[in-house]
Design a protein. Structure first.
Ligand SMILES: NC(=O)C1=CN([C@@H]2O[C@H](COP(=O)(O)OP(=O)(O)OC[C@H]3O[C@@H](n4cnc5c(N)ncnc54)[C@H](OP(=O)(O)O)[C@@H]3O)[C@@H](O)[C@H]2O)C=CC1
Ligand SMILES: C[C@H]1O[C@H](OP(=O)(O)OP(=O)(O)OC[C@H]2O[C@@H](n3cnc4c(=O)[nH]c(N)nc43)[C@H](O)[C@@H]2O)[C@@H](O)[C@@H](O)C1=O
Length: 319
């Protein structure tokens, strides 16, 4: 990729898009274009096509999506399927119509069947039933993969698809109701420590296993794929290691320095029992994750203290 190539990072204010933008700048790319949602609603196909016609991008990273944790997915399936299908349709089609050289679409490990063998190999896609809590989101993601592959076959495009495991890092969503588990636990334990609460509620049984990848690692993997990979076949991106939610909660508790009790609430959903990616394909392509989970949690907590906790405290004092 030429360092003067014109690149659109869709979703640049989110967890992944912001990490991709940082990574591209560090790699020396000079022409990165971004738009906020209020400047350009990516669900609006006509506006997106007009924007692509004006800008004439060489490369596109599609990191804009409707994203949320297990309860947000369970409770808002209509929004998850609608927004994601619209965003994907608009951006992928506009990329084809304006001859973008390469587009990277971001799927998710939730595209795999709920009870697939572990670790999850790319070939397990569409071999069984999906996890019900995020079926609508997963179906939209599978449609995105299939759209990229169909365009490659019929129109000769080079649209590639990466399947990340569960992610975390700076600029994550820390809202306890809609976020994923890791930012939710950071926030809940931090607030419990500040308020002297004797326990923190952890959803579900604590037994499900999850794999966690730092967004900076994912961004590096995406930039690497954009440089070296040309196929439509999906590629998993993870660390190759997982742990139980109870073990994760203990790690977060240690990082935050919270001494209270973890109280598991079985009324909330566990979701998929295990979701560990087989990352051997990505390793063969010359990439491996670098940020250890404990170090990643510690740096994410520092980011949270500076950017979320400090601002809530400022607001509380002003009120
Ligand atoms: N987080 C995770 O654990 C995982 C994420 N992924 C995938 O990675 C990608 C990025 O996720 P992540 O960074 O976590 O998500 P975030 O919610 O952090 O960021 C999503 C971004 O998309 C933008 N966006 C959403 N809807 C629109 C719209 N209609 N028009 C324009 N922009 C829009 C948001 O803009 P605004 O800031 O204005 O709201 C935001 O910048 C997604 O495809 C997701 O499915 C895959 C696996 C795990
Ligand atoms: C990335 C992936 O993310 C979603 O799936 P998920 O892996 O189930 O994501 P999650 O992070 O929300 O939960 C992981 C586990 O953790 C438990 N858990 C405990 N306590 C809290 C808690 O406080 N918040 C949350 N959210 N979960 C908690 C929770 O009960 C579950 O057992 C998909 O919908 C879809 O969006 C997707 O692709």
């Amino acid at each position: 990729m030429d360092r003067d190539a014109k690149i659109f990072v869709a979703g640049h204010r989110g967890l992944v898009g912001s990490a991709i933008e940082r990574n591209l700048l560090a790699r020396g790319f000079r022409q990165i274009v971004t738009r906020t949602r209020s400047q350009l609603d990516l669900r609006d196909g006509l506006a997106v096509l007009e924007f692509f016609r004006q800008e004439q991008f060489d490369y596109v990273f599609l990191a804009a999506a409707k994203v949320g944790g297990i309860v947000a997915n369970r409770d808002m399936p209509g929004e998850f399927i609608r927004d994601n299908l619209f965003i994907q349709m608009s951006v992928i089609d506009a990329a084809y119509r304006t001859s973008v050289k390469k587009l990277l679409f971001l799927g998710s490990s939730c595209i795999y069947p709920k009870l697939a063998p572990q670790p999850l190999k790319e070939e397990y896609l569409l071999t069984g039933e999906l996890e019900p809590t995020n079926e609508a989101y997963a179906v939209a993601k599978i449609a995105g993969i299939k759209m990229c592959q169909a365009y490659n076959r019929q129109f000769g495009t080079t649209f590639i698809s990466a399947m990340p495991t569960n992610l975390y890092g700076p600029r994550d969503n820390f809202d306890p109701q809609t976020s994923h588990v890791l930012p939710a636990l950071i926030r809940k334990m931090h607030e419990a420590k500040e308020n002297g609460s004797p326990f923190v509620e952890v959803w579900g049984s604590g037994r499900p296993r999850r794999e966690f990848l730092h967004a900076d690692d994912l961004a590096d993997a995406c930039a690497h794929l954009m440089e070296v990979y040309e196929e439509g076949d999906i590629v998993n991106i993870g660390t190759g290691e997982d742990l139980t939610i109870r073990e994760l909660a203990e790690l977060v508790r240690a990082a935050v320095g919270y001494a209270g009790e973890l109280r598991f609430n079985p009324d909330l959903p566990d979701g998929t029992p295990r979701k560990l990616l087989d990352c051997s394909k990505m390793e063969r392509l010359g990439w491996q994750a670098k940020i250890p989970l404990q170090a990643g949690i510690a740096s994410t907590y520092r980011w949270f203290l500076k950017n979320i906790a400090a601002k809530s405290e400022e607001r509380r004092i002003l009120l």
